[in-house]
Design a protein around this ligand. Structure first.
Ligand code: TRP
Length: 331
C-alpha cells in the first residue's frame, strides 16, 4: 500500500508563483509514489465572511487552477471538502478531544481574531480541529504544508495521539512535510516577507499564475535588488537577488549554484528579464489549460463527482472506526 499524502488549499484567492514553486510543483512530482489527496477547503474559508456568488466561483477557479498547474485528477484525489460530510462529523467528535487551552494558543487564531475583530466566530476558533479531521480521515502519513501551518499540524498530532491512547490505534499520526528549496519565495518588493496569495497592500509583491505576461515582466523588472551589482546567492546580505535566483533555479530545476554560474558577470537587468521569461514560460501552458477547464463546466463537474466519491469512500471507513471506538450507535 502506498503512503497517503494529504493537503488542503483554501478556496479563496488564487495561486501565485510561490504556491506553485513551494507546493503544487512538488505535489505533482509525488503523484506516482504516493496516494495523494488534495482538498479545496471551502468550509475553512467560510470562517471569514464571503459573498456567496464570488465564493462559489472562486472555489471552482481554484479547483481548475490546481489541475492546470499539474495535479492530474486521475492520479490525485482532488475534491472539495464540502463534498464529504465526514469532515464535519469527525471535526465535531475531535472537538470533544481538543482542549480550549490548546486552541487559545494557536497563533493564527490570535492573528485572525485581530484582523477580523468584528467576526471572531466559533469556526475561526475550531479551525485547527477541522483541519485535523481533514488529515486524520484519510490516515495520512505526510502533510505538505508551509511553515505557518506547523503549529496546526502539531495540534493534529496531539489530538490523534490522545485519541489513540484512549481507543487504540484508530488514526495514523501524520508528519509535516516541509519542502526545502523554494519553500520560501519572498515578496518581490518587501524581501522580509513571504510572498503571499492574500497580498493586499502592494500587487507588485506577488506574481499570480494567471497574470498576463506583460504584468509578469513588469513585476520582475520592479523587484527590489541592492546596489553592489553582483549576482550572488546570499540570502542574508542580498535577499532580493537571492529570491530572484531561487525563483529561476526552482523553475528551471537547477541548483542556485548553477544559477549563480549562469549569471556570473551579468547585470541585474538581465537577471530580471531571465526570471520574468522563465515565469512566463511556466505559466503560459497553465493559463491555457485553465481557460479550457473553466469553460467546460460539465467536465469539471464530472471530475469533482468522481474524486469526491473516491474521497468519501476512504473517509467513511475511518469515520466508522471512530464511531465504533467511542460507542456511537450505528444502524
Ligand atoms: N489551514 C491550511 C492553510 O491555510 C489549509 C488546510 C486545511 C490544510 N486543511 C488542511 C492544510 C489539511 C493541510 C492539511 O494553508
Amino acid at each position: 500500500m502506498k503512503k497517503v499524502i494529504f493537503s488542503g488549499v483554501q478556496s479563496t484567492g488564487t495561486l501565485m508563483i510561490g504556491n506553485y514553486i513551494g507546493a503544487v510543483k512538488n505535489w505533482a512530482r509525488m503523484q506516482d509514489e504516493y496516494d495523494c489527496i488534495y482538498c479545496v477547503v471551502d468550509y475553512h474559508a467560510l470562517t471569514v465572511r464571503q459573498e456567496p456568488a464570488a465564493f462559489k466561483e472562486n472555489a471552482r477557479s481554484m479547483f481548475a487552477l490546481l489541475i492546470a498547474a499539474g495535479l492530474d485528477p486521475d492520479k490525485n484525489t482532488l475534491y472539495f471538502q464540502s463534498q464529504v460530510s465526514a469532515h464535519a462529523e469527525l471535526a465535531w467528535i475531535l472537538n470533544c478531544f481538543t482542549y480550549a487551552g490548546e486552541l487559545n494558543r494557536m497563533t493564527q487564531y490570535k492573528e485572525k481574531s485581530q484582523r477580523h475583530a468584528d467576526n471572531i466566530n466559533a469556526g475561526l476558533y475550531t479551525y485547527p480541529v477541522l483541519m485535523a479531521a481533514d488529515i486524520l480521515l484519510y490516515q495520512a502519513s505526510l502533510v505538505p504544508v508551509g511553515e505557518d501551518q506547523k503549529q496546526h499540524l502539531e495540534l493534529c498530532r496531539d489530538v490523534a495521539l490522545r485519541f489513540n491512547n484512549i481507543y487504540g490505534n484508530v488514526f495514523t499520526v501524520p508528519e509535516a512535510h516541509i519542502p526545502q528549496m523554494g519553500a520560501r519565495i519572498m515578496s518581490l518588493q518587501d524581501t522580509d516577507k513571504k510572498m503571499s496569495k492574500s497580498e493586499t497592500e502592494n500587487p507588485n509583491n506577488v506574481i499570480f499564475l494567471l497574470d498576463p505576461p506583460e504584468t509578469i515582466m513588469k513585476k520582475c523588472k520592479r523587484a527590489v535588488t541592492d546596489s553592489d551589482g553582483l549576482i550572488k546567492f546570499d540570502t542574508a546580505n542580498k535577499p532580493g537577488i537571492s529570491n530572484l535566483l531561487t525563483i529561476y533555479a526552482c523553475l528551471k530545476d537547477i541548483s542556485t549554484d548553477e544559477c549563480e554560474k549562469q549569471f556570473a558577470g551579468m547585470g541585474y537587468g538581465a537577471l530580471k528579464t531571465a526570471v520574468g521569461e522563465a515565469v512566463c514560460e511556466t505559466v503560459a501552458p497553465i493559463k491555457k489549460k485553465y481557460d479550457m477547464l473553466i469553460s467546460d463546466a460539465a467536465y469539471l463537474d464530472e471530475i469533482c463527482i468522481k474524486n469526491g466519491n473516491r474521497a468519501a469512500k476512504a473517509a467513511a471507513e475511518t469515520l466508522d472506526r471512530v464511531k465504533a471506538a467511542v460507542g456511537i450507535n450505528t444502524f
